[in-house]
Design a protein around this ligand. Structure first.
Ligand code: M5T
Ligand code: MG
Length: 576
């Protein structure tokens, strides 16, 4: 919690103003019972109207001051709360953007979303409440106690017994409530998780008729959330009547003892009235407490969750003195690289070594799960190798500025990912200052220009959720164009031409040749592999064969088998 409160620092002036205004409101509230006592004892009992009017007017004036302090306090408290929320969200967003893939394994997307929205809101609320009423409650209790002692210490003795009882009671409730609300936030995470999954997989769910199953799953977790929240709230609700009971018993005692003292005439009516008034104010303050405890327990759980994200260790960070890459020729070297995904025990790459000269084309072939994508992910340093090292132009990736490296690499992942937005915006992802003619050139090279111009609004057509959805092959070509637009020195195509027919694919590859970049291409097609300067056959995380098409045809039985099976298919295709 204290770590989160540091975010208030820039807004501390507003926070102090809010606190001062709160103190003004509080003083008025504490003075009022004294004035009421005065009016009764000196005015009403003495039949002196002028005293009643004077102090009555005073009370009115003070109330007005308190009223305006209250309004202004709300304004400043809201200002601090909202700004705090904004800063925390900004910091969280920055942090999450710098997350490595390993970090995402510890924080699932849904959990990050809850943390950035709901959890921040909880903290925001507690800061608002803190500046508005939270401090007022304890101060009101302490102030009331002191003033009650000053008015009549014998009667005030009753408070000295009651207050500790109430405080102990509240501490017990607070500890239990805190635990329960932490679990509420976790349940909320699960609900978000299930909801997110079922929204992403909507089509699949429909196609497999899994709707009732998904609804049931959602109802289940949603019900858990309801039950947990309800029992946490029940605890809070139960605390309220218990609290009122204790305080009312206290008031009855005051009245009882007060009456006896009145008969003995060593006390005035006004004093009893003031003390009763302080007692009722304390009761209100205490009942405010159960509300505050609830918000506080939630906010504490939430702030812990926020801090967890903010303090997450990022395992893939730029070295302080990373070399900047002015230019890249495009040589790539793997030196005894072994790799396992963070948190996994089995190696998916085992002792991989190769050297690729600038401008060469490398085709990577292998069965599914062999480790092809894993090799490629190491080049833009999405992960660091577990053992061994990766070099570009002879420099270890760890010594190079990460942003510079990635700027010079065009990467199309195996699953084409497009963002909601226009075609143009999607292309500009590759290069934010790209001109329209650059976009068109890249789109032409990726053989997608014509498809785009045929769309309703051409390059301005909206894609994604509220726009047009493209076919698999169209998506692939668009993401190839996005990679080409930055004129990369190293281009990585992870099976990004798999959905294209042979003719279109060869046109795309012809166009890529002009870019003179080092090309890594994962493919299943021999026609593509044939063009490469080097073919690597990967199996079970190891390079089992490498060489050109002609060399492999001579030396590798496996490669010959692949060639044979594909030429058979080719023959069949030409027959039909
Ligand atoms: C190689 C495992 C996967 C497989 C092995 C991407 C990824 C993979 N793996 C993980 O544990 N976590 C991950 O995030 O690594 O996988 P690959 O490199 O994706 O294989 P591929 O590209 O050759 O396969 P494919 O199907 O794309 O042709 O054991 O479980
Ligand atoms: Mg793959």
């Amino acid at each position: 919690m204290t770590k989160i409160l540091k975010f208030i620092k820039p807004y501390r002036v507003a926070a102090y103003i809010a606190l001062i205004l709160m103190l003004i409101e509080l003083s008025v509230e504490l003075l009022q019972p004294l004035l009421i006592g005065k009016i009764i004892d000196e005015g009403i009992l003495n039949n002196d109207m002028s005293v009643v009017l004077y102090w009555g007017g005073m009370m009115l004036l003070l109330s007005l001051i308190a009223f305006f302090s209250g309004i202004t306090n709300s304004y400043y408290a809201a200002f601090v709360g909202q700004n705090l929320g904004f800063s925390i969200r900004k910091k969280l967003m920055k942090k999450v953007q710098s997350f490595s893939f390993a970090n995402f394994n510890t924080f699932p997307h849904a959990s990050l979303i809850t943390r950035m929205t709901n959890d921040v809101t909880q903290v925001q609320n507690i800061v608002f409440m803190g500046l508005r009423i939270m401090l007022r409650a304890p101060l009101l209790i302490i102030g009331s106690l002191i003033l009650a002692v000053l008015v009549n210490w014998q009667l005030a003795l009753i408070f000295l017994i009651t207050i500790p009882v109430v405080v102990i009671f509240l501490v017990i409730v607070m500890t239990k409530g805190g635990k329960m609300f932490r679990s509420v936030q976790q349940k909320l995470d699960t609900v978000n998780n299930v909801m997110q999954e079922s929204l992403i997989g909507l089509r699949l769910i429909k196609a497999y008729n899994r709707r009732t199953h998904e609804v049931k799953k959602f109802m289940n977790v949603s019900n858990n959330l309801k039950e947990q929240t309800a029992s946490a709230l029940r605890l809070m609700e139960a605390a309220m009547p218990a609290l009122l009971f204790i305080m009312n018993v206290c008031i009855i005692f005051i009245l009882w003892i007060g009456r006896e003292q009145l008969q003995a005439t060593n006390i005035e009516v006004g004093e009893v009235v003031s003390i009763i008034n302080y007692a009722t104010r304390m009761t209100t303050a205490f009942s405010m407490f159960s509300f505050i405890i609830m918000a506080f327990s939630r906010a504490r759980a939430s702030s812990e969750r926020i801090v967890e994200v903010l303090e997450a260790k990022i395992d893939l960070e730029d070295e302080e003195d990373g070399k900047s890459l002015e230019q890249l020729k495009g040589a790539v070297t793997f030196e005894h690289v072994s790799f396992r995904y963070p948190g996994m025990s089995t190696y998916v790459l085992k002792d991989i070594s190769f050297h690729i000269r600038p401008g060469e084309t490398v085709a990577i072939l292998g069965s599914t799960g062999a480790g092809k994508s894993s090799i490629l992910q190491l080049i833009p340093r999405l992960y660091d190798p577990t053992e061994g090292a990766v070099y570009v132009d002879g420099m270890n990736l760890k010594d190079v500025k990460m942003d510079d490296l990635r700027k010079r690499i065009g990467f199309t992942p195996q699953e084409s990912i497009l963002f909601s937005g226009t075609v143009e915006e999607n292309l500009a992802w590759g290069k934010s200052d790209a001109t329209l003619s650059e976009m068109k050139a890249a789109a032409q090279d990726a053989q997608i220009h014509e498809t785009i111009t045929d769309l309703k609004d051409g390059y301005e057509t909206k894609l994604g959720q509220k726009g047009i959805n493209l076919s698999g092959g169209q998506k692939q070509r668009l993401s190839v164009a996005r990679a080409l637009i930055r004129k990369p020195n190293i281009l990585i195509l992870d099976d990004s031409t798999s959905a294209l027919d042979l003719q279109t694919e060869s046109k795309v590859l012809d166009a890529i040749d002009k870019y003179k970049c080092t090309l890594f291409i994962v493919t299943q097609k021999l026609s593509t592999a044939k063009r490469a300067d080097k073919i690597m056959l990967i199996d079970d995380g190891k390079i089992i064969e490498e060489g050109t098409h002609d060399q492999l045809m001579n030396t590798s039985t496996l490669y010959r088998e692949i060639a044979y099976s594909q030429s058979e298919q080719g023959a069949m295709n030409s027959v039909y």
